[in-house]
Design a protein around this ligand. Structure first.
Ligand code: ATP
Length: 233
């Protein structure tokens, strides 16, 4: 396993958002965490990165416990993050945004050039300031930025949100391609169909508790189960 989250309880002040939530992501595989608005999906990513620290439970990345490590150290260890609001430096060029994110880890290193080759339009945008990009272009830069950090695992927060279907298709193709290169992904999505189309394993979270976990194919193929857990066809 590249990531193991074990029975985490995470709070915002006195409000508990995760209740004994556990999940495991295999090396080089894609894991989909599904659930409705407010279920705790983003909180799970924040707990893994130490942005909102779990009060109880443990997070292990690449065999090492990181529950109490500073966020920058967790990222340096090889976890990339593609936040739902992208968080690029708006006044810097695409090239600068990628340049400052470059790092080496024990995992495969990605140069800016290699990361841009994943999305061919990026090479034509290198000198553009990020604030002048479309939503789809920003998403591509956000993924390329995660990649140049040479991650073993990328956390994707609602990668399809606000994107045109064609761009969503490009993002999914990229997640598949990264998987072929040995980079694991944890994809948090409200849109089960999108996430299940790329996932190997999946879990459903409901009001802060993991309600189901198993093979993604089980959920993909069983409409009744999907309906019961997610209320969708
Ligand atoms: P969404 O898709 O809407 O982001 P989510 O599944 O990612 O949903 P979270 O954002 O993790 O859900 O929220 C889980 C719970 O924690 C919700 O009840 C939410 O209101 C609460 N919560 C999230 N962020 C905060 C915060 N900063 N302060 C207080 N409560 C919060």
């Amino acid at each position: 396993m590249i990531l193991q989250v074990e029975a985490v309880d995470t709070f915002y002040g006195e409000t508990q958002a995760l209740f004994g939530a556990s999940l495991s992501v295999e090396r080089g595989k894609v894991f989909a965490l599904l659930g409705p608005n407010g279920a705790g999906k983003t909180t799970m990513l924040r707990s893994i990165l130490g942005l909102t620290r779990p009060r109880r439970g443990a997070v292990r990345f690449d065999g090492r416990e990181v529950t109490h490590s500073p966020t920058h150290e967790i990222a340096r260890g090889g976890i990339g993050w593609v936040p739902d609001d992208r968080r690029l430096c708006p006044t810097l060029s695409v090239a600068r945004n990628l340049g400052i994110a470059q790092k080496r880890t024990k995992f495969r290193s990605w140069t800016v050039k290699e990361a841009c080759e994943i999305f061919s339009p990026l090479e034509y945008l290198m000198e553009r300031e990020c604030e002048n990009l479309s939503g789809g272009e920003m998403q591509m830069v956000a993924i390329a930025r995660a990649l140049v950090g040479s991650p073993g695992l990328i956390l994707f927060d609602e990668p399809s949100q606000g994107l045109a279907p064609k761009i969503v298709g490009d993002v999914l193709a990229t997640i598949r391609r990264l998987r072929n290169e040995g980079v694991a992904s944890l994809v948090v999505e409200q849109n089960a169909e999108i996430a299940l189309s790329v996932a190997d394993q999946a879990a459903v979270i409901d009001r802060g508790r993991i309600a189901w976990s198993g093979e993604a194919a089980t959920l993909r193929d069983d409409r009744g189960l999907r309906q019961r857990l997610l209320g969708v066809h």
